[in-house]
Design a protein around this ligand. Structure first.
Ligand code: GDP
Ligand code: GDP
Length: 437
């Protein structure tokens, strides 16, 4: 079962951590009466009436530096929204409705996320007038509680349960990683596939692929599953030799479109060809993660410790726009590197699916910006207000700036490289989109 996720959001000092601790039943989160004690996001398991859920305290991301507070709370709320099935929007009943509450409330209204409006610090006599203001938020009936006194918590939990029940779903089925094996004729594509499939203790299924004539091969090893795309195209050799080179590029383009991870096979002796460069360009455009497989490594004579590094440098020089791609050295004959290749495919796939929180991303961008300021263009300089990840596979980021004309290609590249470095992304393309705010 996948547990539903409940997030507590609200401006600092309304009692988020106190409520978090109350709901999980043990003092795990740090509570501090000074507004703005910086804490990491806190996760814990909680349950009520046998229904289990995950609780997030988005706690101390906000701290009240005048003017900055708003963006910080927004970041916090947005990050919670991306994760949560239900949001507990916590306000302080003693202080009443503040402009910051109204702002967060608007954000929540816009996203139409399941929200419960919870008014904290209603410790003693139930005061109707303390709640009246909060109806203005348009987020339904305010639920009065006292987190520190444990008042009305049962009612709140009952409501939480009814809202999260639909989000209790069966464990997500593990989908196989789709892998394309591409490269020129005779580099060893089918030999590598056979070397992989020929391993012990594996299950191999062949079934029709999504396109006509395509045969995909499903390969399971332990918990891992790989779907090798269009294996018929790899195994079946065209009889017309002249058309072969051209055919292999067409085939590669088709397979790349369907794959999450692309293995670009290169013949160690022949080196990087013009065709390989073409295929690498298509990989970049398709946004697929990739691995350069230097095959027939057994044929390379007089190898020493520097041979590998030199070969990597040679590839980077030949395919400069794919500098980040990992290279692996294999032999389909001796099986050298085949096990490592499978592990690398899984690693690379993880990178491709990478999701980073808004706050982490903004920290990376802010640090990059302060390390190297963008060049001024016509006396004006670029300001980056805020950034957020908009999609995965490949990871794509949206940056809100003062003027889209002020970002140079090289500065964009620089930011891309900084993200790559900080998140340790070695094999996946990274996309950056710029928007004026
Ligand atoms: P957060 O910044 O939103 O996580 O707030 P905390 O949980 O750190 O609480 C801020 C302050 O409010 C602390 O001094 C708490 O003891 C206090 N507090 C929390 N819940 C209640 C409550 O129900 N009643 C009262 N009177 N104080 C509370
Ligand atoms: P494909 O056209 O890319 O599928 O290439 P094949 O798998 O048919 O291989 C072409 C030729 O290279 C065959 O004669 C293979 O035996 C040979 N070959 C493939 N991989 C290796 C390798 O790692 N080392 C050596 N020495 N020969 C290989």
């Amino acid at each position: 079962m996948n547990k539903p996720v409940v997030a507590i959001v609200g401006r600092p000092n309304v009692g988020k951590s106190t409520l978090f601790n109350r709901l999980i039943g043990s003092k795990k989160a740090i509570v501090d009466s000074t507004p703005g004690v910086t804490r990491d996001k806190n996760y814990a398991e909680a349950s009520w009436q046998g229904i289990e859920f995950k609780l997030i305290d988005t706690g101390g991301i906000g701290y009240p530096i005048q003017g900055k507070l708003l963006t910080l709370i927004k970041n916090q709320v947005e990050s919670a929204i991306s994760e949560a099935d239900l949001i507990l929007f916590l306000c302080d009943g003693r202080e009443g409705l503040t402009w910051q509450d109204t702002d967060v409330g608007l954000l929540l209204l816009k996203t139409q996320k399941n929200t419960l409006l919870v008014i904290n610090k209603i410790d003693n006599v139930f005061k109707e007038e303390a709640l009246a203001d909060f109806y203005r938020l348009g987020l339904g009936d305010p639920i009065p509680i006292s987190a520190s006194h444990g008042k009305n918590i049962d009612t709140l939990l009952d409501k939480v349960i009814t809202h999260i029940l639909p989000y209790q779903v069966e464990e997500e089925q593990i989908l196989p990683i789709s892998v394309a094996i591409v490269g020129k004729p005779n580099v060893g594509k089918s030999s590598i596939l056979n070397a992989i499939l020929g391993q012990e203790r594996v299950i191999v299924d062949e079934f029709p692929g999504t396109t006509r004539d395509a045969i995909d091969t499903l390969f399971k090893k332990g918990k891992s599953q790989f779907l090798f795309i269009d294996t018929a195209g790899i195994r079946k050799k065209s009889k017309v030799n002249k058309a072969l080179e051209y055919y292999s590029v067409v085939q590669a383009i088709k397979s790349i479109k369907r794959a999450e991870v692309v293995l670009l096979i290169i013949d160690a002796i022949e080196g990087v060809s013009a065709q390989d460069k073409k295929i690498a360009l298509h990989m970049e455009e398709a946004g697929s993660a990739g691995i350069i497989v230097v095959n027939k490594w057994d044929l390379v004579k007089d190898k020493n410790r520097t041979t590998l590094e030199e070969y990597k440098k040679y590839i980077q020089k030949k395919i400069p726009y794919k500098k980040y791609l990992p290279a692996i050295f294999t032999s389909a004959i001796t099986k050298q590197g085949i096990g490592k290749l499978l592990r690398l495919i899984e690693q690379v796939h993880q990178e491709h699916k990478k999701w980073v929180s808004t706050s982490t991303l903004n920290n990376i961008i802010n640090l990059a910006y302060s390390k190297r300021k963008p060049p001024t263009i016509k006396g004006k300089s670029l300001k980056i207000y805020y950034s957020t990840q908009v999609k995965t596979s490949p990871p794509s980021f949206l940056l809100f700036v003062n003027d889209t004309g002020l970002i140079s290609t090289s500065y964009k590249k620089y930011l891309q490289n900084q993200i790559r470095k900080e998140l340790n992304l070695k094999a996946t393309p990274i996309q950056i989109k710029i928007k004026k705010r």
